[in-house]
Design a protein around this ligand. Structure first.
Ligand SMILES: Cc1cc2nc3c(=O)[nH]c(=O)nc-3n(C[C@H](O)[C@H](O)[C@H](O)COP(=O)(O)OP(=O)(O)OC[C@H]3O[C@@H](n4cnc5c(N)ncnc54)[C@H](O)[C@@H]3O)c2cc1C
Length: 508
């Protein structure tokens, strides 16, 4: 660790003036309890270096607050490395109507704050930084002509780290936050973390912003909140996201939001084609070539699943595939063993699944090569037999499900099925051999549940009052939505913006 940026170093380097700007209460509390012992001191500590944490810290650095960002893994960027879509919602403006259309449980006050903050962030990024990104009034595009690309995301993350460092901030990787420190009044005045050697280090911080994602990688929390089989869910984000932010917030009196069993994600092939341990993530994420490769694998099924049918362990359909993979995913999490079998035929394989442009390879082959399971058979009867022999799916149920679906698809009546498929464009009969079954589980990108926050991203305590000094962006907080995706990255960044806007205003 670079001790030149230790507490004494920072103060000697001019941070004393910034500390003084905190005002007597915050500074006094910090001085009282942490001044002598802290390894680092700052006006704002950001925990977690995904795009939310990077944007939060950049904003604080821009305002001259000498922030410190700690990131548990070896590299900042998090799940956003793998995005190929948009920072925005789908291909639309972020409007209240669209938010409601995508999530009937969206929370009005938080949604309004989100819309406002997204515009402010976009304008700031465009006007005040040289980030390799274009703000077009709706989206932040980091992928050149595309909305986003793994290469664009890598450049954006690198730029943000250098922007932070050039503007007086500090980025510490391999530093994992685990405990918040409060004073006698319950205000958060710092945090503890493990450094790269596993040594405990202490941060004296007038404000702490939790940007450390959700609990996708905590098997126990997934079993508690999602399903008894929650430990079988996959993750599409950092395996460091073990709910530390949620647990830290709760431990100082933060409240838990609704929606703890809901998430944004997509089906991923099983066995998991993801990095399941922090060690594996650290080893792979440093390689720029790994990122687009993994992106191509991750984003696979989400693009074509709606043309197929998904059956559960009992061989039964359980949701409208046409609603989209990310919506169906939440229902899959409620099925036995959180498992879905995606059933398709050669016609769908050739005409709807096709090839990945990024990996220049047939998508079904990508799954097989990545270690996923694809069963293949010349007839539906044989496929059903294989599904029974290898995965214990009842054969008669599977055959009945496909036969009923095929009949309805041909008659244009799939919307009348017991489990309707409402969009006829996606209702294609499965009848041309060979036939395939892809074994999948949901992969969580971000949890919708988390800590309760207000419209300034302040974490609320039991009495609905903000806990002084504690903020959380929406990856760690919850309550913005409980079902549909209303923009994962854009909401994460927007709440990081709201938190830092409040800190900057307070510190002025
Ligand atoms: C293939 C793919 C495509 C996607 N496409 C889109 C898209 O088109 N549009 C969109 O909006 N979203 C998309 N997403 C989703 C989006 O990328 C994620 O939802 C979002 O980036 C998650 O952000 P987060 O802050 O919750 O978590 P993360 O990005 O994982 O950030 C959290 C960070 O905190 C660190 N951390 C965790 N615990 C600690 C701790 N205790 N101390 C310090 N650091 C810690 C982690 O290592 C991580 O770096 C996509 C995701 C994937 C995988």
């Amino acid at each position: 660790m670079d001790q030149s940026i230790s507490r004494r170093g920072l103060i000697a380097g001019g941070a004393a003036a910034s500390l003084a700007a905190l005002g007597p209460v915050a500074l006094g509390m910090a001085e009282e309890s942490l001044a002598a012992s802290a390894d680092y001191s700052t006006q704002a500590l950001v925990i977690g270096g995904g795009f939310g944490g990077l944007c939060a810290t950049a904003h604080l650095a821009y305002a001259g607050l000498n922030p410190i960002l700690i990131e548990a893994s070896v590299r900042c960027g998090g799940a956003a490395f793998f995005c190929s879509g948009t920072m925005g919602i789908g291909t639309n403006d972020i409007t209240w109507e669209l938010i409601l259309q995508n999530s009937q449980f969206a929370e009005p006050a938080l949604s309004a704050a989100y819309m406002e903050a997204w515009d402010e962030f976009g304008e700031w990024l465009q006007e005040e930084t040289d980030a390799p990104a274009v703000w077009d009034g709706k989206y932040v595009k980091v992928g050149g002509d595309e909305f986003a690309s793994p290469e664009g995301n890598i450049e954006f993350a690198k730029y943000m780290v250098s922007y932070i460092e050039e503007n007086g901030g500090t980025v510490l990787t391999q530093t994992r936050g685990f405990e918040l420190i409060t004073n006698e009044s319950g205000a958060v005045i710092g945090a503890k973390a493990y450094d790269a050697e596993g040594k405990i280090i202490t941060f004296d911080a007038a404000n702490v912003v939790l940007c450390c994602g959700g609990y996708a990688a905590h098997k126990g929390l997934l079993e508690s909140f999602m399903s008894p089989y929650g430990s079988l869910l996959g993750t599409r984000t950092s395996p460091f996201n073990d709910g530390a932010g949620l647990r830290m917030g709760l431990s100082v009196g933060g409240k838990m939001a609704r929606g703890m069993s809901s998430f944004y994600g997509h089906h991923i092939p099983y066995p998991w084609i993801t990095t399941t341990t922090p060690e594996e993530w650290n080893e792979k994420i440093v390689d720029d070539a790994f990122i687009p490769q993994q992106q191509g694998i991750f984003s696979n099924i989400q693009s074509w699943g709606k043309y197929c049918i998904y059956v559960n362990q009992n061989g039964l359909r359980y949701g409208d595939e046409a609603l989209g993979d990310n919506v169906l995913c939440q229902l899959t999490a409620q099925q036995k063993w959180c498992r879905a079998f995606v059933i398709l035929d050669q016609n769908i394989r050739e005409n709807k699944v096709g090839k990945s442009k990024r990996l220049d390879k047939e998508r079904i082959e990508i799954i097989k090569d990545a270690g996923g399971t694809v069963l293949e058979a010349e007839t539906l009867e044989e496929l059903a037999q294989k599904l029974f022999d290898e995965w214990k799916v009842p054969k008669a149920n599977l055959l009945r499900t496909v036969a009923e679906y095929n009949e309805a698809a041909k008659a244009g009546t799939a919307a009348d099925l017991v489990v309707p498929k409402n969009n006829v464009d996606f209702s294609i009969p499965i009848e041309e051999g060979p036939f395939y079954a892809v074994v999948t589980v949901p992969g969580i990108s971000t949890n919708y549940g988390g800590l309760v926050i207000d419209t300034s991203a302040r974490v609320l305590g039991a009495n609905d009052e903000p806990i002084p000094g504690l903020y959380a962006e929406i990856g760690t907080a919850g309550g913005l939505t409980y079902d549909g995706n209303i923009g994962a990255l854009s909401s994460i960044i927007s709440f990081a913006w709201l938190a830092t806007r409040d800190i900057i205003a307070k510190s002025a």
